[in-house]
Design a protein around this ligand. Structure first.
Ligand code: ATP
Ligand code: MG
Length: 501
């Protein structure tokens, strides 16, 4: 409703003469105009006030169904925000003040009744009620803001111009360990402590700058200390709080605990670095494997070329010799037979060389006779080649592993043997193959110098890494360490069903 043009007035008055007088007085003014609804009883007034949208009520205190301050209380209860002007024949200052306390906006005694005074009193009451409503809304907003600030897990702290704490929410109490009663009034730096020295000076400087309106408003991540001395990593924002006149009278400091976030991001960085390192290792391992394969091919090519080539050339020359002699009928049968016997020996030699080379490529025992036989053969060859006494112990009734497990264990053994020759200075080697708790277990123990410190954590120990990877690929585990009584002990464990994980 447009209050500047029409004001709806609820007149509660049992004296008809007075009511008419009020109606006449109000009819005189045109800006605003007044529309008067007159009732005699308080009960009628209460019913109307609840939902009829009056701009103001004029209330007599002597009614047929109620009297005195009760009239004010009852009407106020029905329409809490409706402006109320008490209109009374009693000239009682104390009662009037009681009425104001009970919620009336103003009062007017009937002797004072006069068109101008009446409209002015009504206007004041309306304005006062509007102001009170606005104030209530502001108070409500403020209370809600305060509740939000208090409920925040962030520390939200107000600082007065002298550097002392002026407000301190629950978040601040939880974060720094001081209650509001302990923190308020104390210098800021005493309850949100920075490390002494540059950090502390920086905090002071930043506060000063903010106070002078030169703050940046940019969050800073810093370490502060709780009451118990433990550190907390916080993201701090400092901002100036101007009053209604635009003067900076307070500085707000908001601290968010980022200890966990920081820890997580550090952890993430660490894991990432590990992943990168692992990637690099895998690349190096792949490169090493391909280099080893090339080297092996070169050796085999040389053997095929040098040894087999020579043998076959020898056989060819013998055959030519025999052929020529037969054509020229120049040799005795005896000489021919002797020569063919030599050729036969050369062929035997060739067959043996072919076998050796093929065993080096892949021991056929591994496929035909299984892991144990292949290990025994390999041990024999190793001993002959290196002069290191090699013993193979096999647990009774050891089931033979499937081909992929057998191949992996065999290749690990070869790698271990190559390390023994190159690094251990061992005189003897013991290889034990047995079943333990449903697992194949191969233990390779030399009596050499043992592993140098840090050998297993070196990122360039590609031989060890390759053995580990081979074991993992078949669901097993590889470990290597210096033995209690010296030497080096390597163990490969592969579960017979499932993995060791
Ligand atoms: N049986 C052993 N006795 C003593 N030290 C060993 C033995 N096996 C390995 N080591 C040590 O562990 C290190 C790492 O072995 P690894 O097989 O990974 O690398 P490498 O033999 O030096 O090089 P690569 O195998 O790549 O040719 C070796 O350099 C050596 O110092
Ligand atoms: Mg090696």
């Amino acid at each position: 409703m447009d209050t500047s043009t029409l004001r709806r007035v609820l007149l509660v008055e049992d004296d008809i003469g007075d009511a008419e007088l009020v109606g006449e007085y109000l009819a005189v003014t045109h800006a605003p105009r007044h529309e008067v609804v007159h009732v005699v009883r308080l009960e009628e007034a209460r019913q109307l006030a609840i939902d009829s949208g009056f701009d103001v009520a004029l209330l007599d205190l002597r009614l047929p169904d109620a009297a005195g301050i009760e009239c004010v209380r009852a009407l106020r209860a029905s329409a809490p925000s409706m402006p109320l002007v008490v209109l009374t024949g009693l000239d009682d200052e104390a009662l009037a003040l009681d009425c104001i306390a009970a919620g009336a906006q103003d009062y007017l005694t009937k002797h004072e009744l006069h068109p101008h005074a009446l409209t002015r009193t009504i206007a004041h009451a309306v304005a006062r009620a509007a102001e009170a409503a606005a104030r209530a809304r502001a108070d409500d907003l403020q209370a809600r803001l305060a509740a939000i600030v208090d409920a925040s897990a962030d520390a939200i702290v107000g600082i007065a111009l002298d550097g002392s704490v002026s407000t301190w929410n629950h978040g601040a109490a939880a974060m720094f360990g001081y209650g509001a009663d302990e923190a308020i009034g104390r210098p800021f730096g005493e309850v949100i402590r920075a490390a002494p020295g540059p950090d502390s000076e920086h905090q002071q400087h930043r506060l000063e700058q903010t106070r002078l309106g030169r703050g940046t408003g940019v969050p800073e991540e810093l370490v502060r200390f709780r009451r118990d001395g433990s550190p907390v990593t916080v993201s701090i924002v400092t901002s100036a709080l101007p009053n209604a006149a635009g003067e900076i009278t307070q500085v707000a400091v908001i601290c968010r605990d980022v200890t966990e976030v920081r820890r997580q991001s550090d952890e993430l960085r660490r894991v990432n670095q590990q992943l990168l390192e692992r990637q690099r290792q895998m690349r190096a391992l792949a490169a090493r494997l391909s280099a080893v394969r090339e080297q092996e091919r070169k050796l085999i090519a040389r053997e095929v070329h040098d040894e087999l080539g020579q043998l076959l050339t020898g056989i060819k020359m013998d055959l030519r010799w025999v052929q020529r002699r037969i054509e020229a009928k120049s040799a005795s049968p005896r000489a021919l037979v002797d020569r063919l016997a030599e050729t036969d020996a050369l062929v035997d030699n060739t067959i043996a060389t072919v076998q050796r080379i093929s065993v080096e490529l892949r021991p056929s025992a591994l496929d035909s006779l299984g892991l144990v036989a292949a290990v025994r053969d390999e041990a024999r060859r190793f001993e002959a080649r290196s002069g290191i006494a090699t013993l193979v112990e096999v647990g009774a009734g050891l089931p033979s592993p499937p081909p992929d497990v057998a191949t992996a264990m065999f290749r690990i053994l070869q790698e271990l043997m190559s390390n023994v020759v190159r690094h251990s200075h061992a005189r003897s080697l013991r290889i034990a193959l047995r079943e333990v708790d449903d697992q194949w277990r191969m233990e390779v123990h030399d009596d050499g110098v043992g592993l140098p410190v840090g050998a297993t954590t070196r990122s360039d120990a590609l031989g060890l890494l390759g053995m580990t990877e081979r074991a993992v690929a078949i669901g097993g585990r590889f470990t290597i360490r210096t033995g209690e009584s010296g030497g080096t002990v390597a163990v490969v464990i592969v579960p017979m069903h499932g993995t060791t994980a």
